[in-house]
Design a protein around this ligand. Structure first.
Ligand code: PEP
Ligand code: MG
Length: 541
């Protein structure tokens, strides 16, 4: 990633920000504005409070409707908004202001604006990235109060430009038509960025103030790979960009054709390509033949909703759905990896000075045995429905694996004694802490799965969510590649499988270097499979 920069070449405006979703796009600029609709107040605080209450309830009903119509993380994101709307504390300040004579819309806007500023100023990227959800909630309730729809109609082939974009606005656009997003603010780890990646909409964030007054540019070129945007391009700049787009499209079409075929290097070596998923909905409509199995199921999604911690039956049903989809192919489910950049209210510890070095991953599961045991039981029960493997996140020392193994054995024995159908899945570890990579042979693990995202941040001392050190957070650095090679060698000596499931697996600039370490199994999100298989075909192993 690059830092924000701007330059102007005879009329065209070049801005550089951070890539948030890959791909190239060209389109007319649609500037996001928040429509302000004037409202006639009812004057009476009791009526105003009732109007606000009705608008909040109406917004929750609208969101529930939307949730029923969308899939994957989109539904989770909207559920997050429903949960926030249901939190009485959010509207408390607004009701107090209404009681003091302020109109409902002004009171709500002021209360939410204060909350949004708090989120934007938060130390943790996770909270800064959620500010757009609060903007969404603010505007949806205001629309209800004002009897108007503030969500602008955006054509799906536009380059949407603005300070930030809310999930609702994003979901209202048909992104199959080729549009893109260029934001002055925003974050690569925001909910909208996650949605843009899964919808294939190129997105660049952090461009800094958009440099036009009144008269916005008419056309924009967005490069979501490089994190650059060119507004009002010169005809020659546009021609060259269209040329690149045509080449990228041709490469994508060629890659798509190989999507269902096994991955082979140029010299015929078979590489296993697995999938990373966060929820079973992501598998809907996907042909299991695109992969050799599932290399990473991030189970955090189950624990993040508004409905509290998931029980054993809920977890069992979800794990079983994934195993059923895989139809006998191996499925690796990771136990809860909360903490760090994934706080879960009621489970993780608040106020750690450095949560990435704190009680996260397996450390947290061992500290919360009552939560961990439920997950282990659900996994043992699901294991009878396919080829299940279980892995532990953030393991640093062998005793963590040994303790988890003892708990897994105990839950398996207890289920068996109760006459409940179950199996004891093999237990492996994620290698994402340098100590685990350096001493991998000391772990009695059934397999190793390298988490390059965390392994890179801990090796390079460069946080994965801080843009200012993004250049140092380089999975292709020789130090990171050496740790990967060392883990592969440990797996070879111990005769156990080694895979890599971090984002580096999908970065085709690294495919050559990763395969050179001896890796033969890579795990990526479904959208990256075709591109990865095409890249593998170009490597001589
Ligand atoms: C990783 O660290 O590379 C990984 C796959 O885990 P997560 O990104 O969920 O921390
Ligand atoms: Mg990790």
């Amino acid at each position: 990633m690059t830092v924000s920069a701007r330059r102007r070449i005879v009329g065209e405006i070049h801005l550089t920000g951070h890539p948030a979703s890959p791909g190239l796009a060209i389109g007319p600029v649609a500037v996001l504005t928040s429509a302000v609709v004037s409202r006639v107040t009812k004057g009476d605080p009791v009526q105003e409070a009732a109007a606000l209450k009705a608008a909040i309830e109406g917004a929750a009903v609208e969101l529930a409707d939307l949730i029923a119509r969308v899939h994957d993380e989109a539904a989770e994101i909207l559920e997050f908004q429903v949960a926030m709307l249901g939190d009485d504390a959010l509207a408390e300040g607004a009701y107090e202001a209404i009681a003091a004579g302020v109109a409902a819309d002004d009171a709500w806007r002021a209360a939410l604006d204060a909350e949004i500023s708090g989120y934007r100023a938060a130390d943790e990227e996770y909270f800064r990235a959620r500010a757009a959800d609060l903007v969404d909630i603010r505007d949806r309730v205001l629309a209800g109060l004002n009897g108007a729809n503030t969500i602008a109609k955006i054509s799906g082939d536009s380059v949407v430009a603005g300070d930030d974009i809310s999930p609702s606005t994003f979901l209202a656009v048909d992104w199959t038509r080729g549009g893109a997003i260029a934001l002055a603010g925003g974050s690569p780890s925001s909910h909208v960025a996650m949605l843009a990646r899964s919808r294939g909409a190129p997105m660049v964030v952090g461009l800094g103030p958009l440099p036009w007054n009144g008269q916005p540019p008419s056309l924009a070129l967005v490069d979501g790979d490089a994190g650059t945007v060119i507004f009002d391009p010169h005809p020659e700049t546009r021609r060259l960009f269209e040329h690149r787009m045509a080449a990228a499209n041709a490469a994508q079409i060629a890659a798509d054709a190989g999507r269902l075929k096994p991955a082979l290097t140029a010299d015929g070596k078979r590489i296993a390509v697995l999938l990373n998923v966060a929820a079973p909905e992501e598998l809907g409509g996907l042909d299991p033949a695109i992969c050799d199995g599932i290399g990473l199921v991030r189970t955090e999604f189950l624990f993040e909703g508004s409905r509290g911690l998931p029980g054993e039956d809920t977890q069992y049903a979800v794990y079983r759905r994934i195993l059923d989809w895989a139809a006998g192919r191996p499925v690796t489910i990771r136990t809860l990896d909360a903490g760090g950049d994934k706080p879960i209210p009621g489970v993780t510890v608040d106020g750690e000075r450095n949560p990435f070095l704190g009680l996260r991953g397996i450390r947290l599961s061992l500290a919360r045995p009552q939560v961990f045991r439920v997950q282990l039981r659900a996994l043992c029960r699901a294991a009878v429905h396919g080829t299940l493997k279980v892995m532990l996140p953030m393991v640093a020392v062998p005793s963590e694996l040994d303790r988890a193994k003892a708990m897994l054995d105990a839950e398996f024995s207890a289920l068996t004694a109760q006459g409940i159908a179950c199996a004891r899945p093999p237990l492996g570890i994620m290698v994402e802490v340098p100590s685990a990579a350096l001493c991998a042979e000391d772990f009695d693990a059934a397999f190793y799965s390298i988490g390059s995202n965390d392994l890179t941040q801990y090796t390079m001392a460069a946080a994965r969510d801080i843009g200012a050190v993004a250049d140092l957070n380089d999975a292709g650095h020789p130090a990171v590649l050496a740790l990967i090679a060392r883990t592969v060698e440990a797996g070879r000596r111990r005769g156990v499988e080694v895979s890599l499931c971090g984002d580096a697996a999908a970065d085709t600039r690294l495919t050559n270097a990763l395969l050179a370490t001896g890796l033969t199994t890579l795990s990526v999100s479904p959208i990256a499979v075709a591109r990865l298989k095409a890249a593998i075909a170009g490597v001589i192993a």
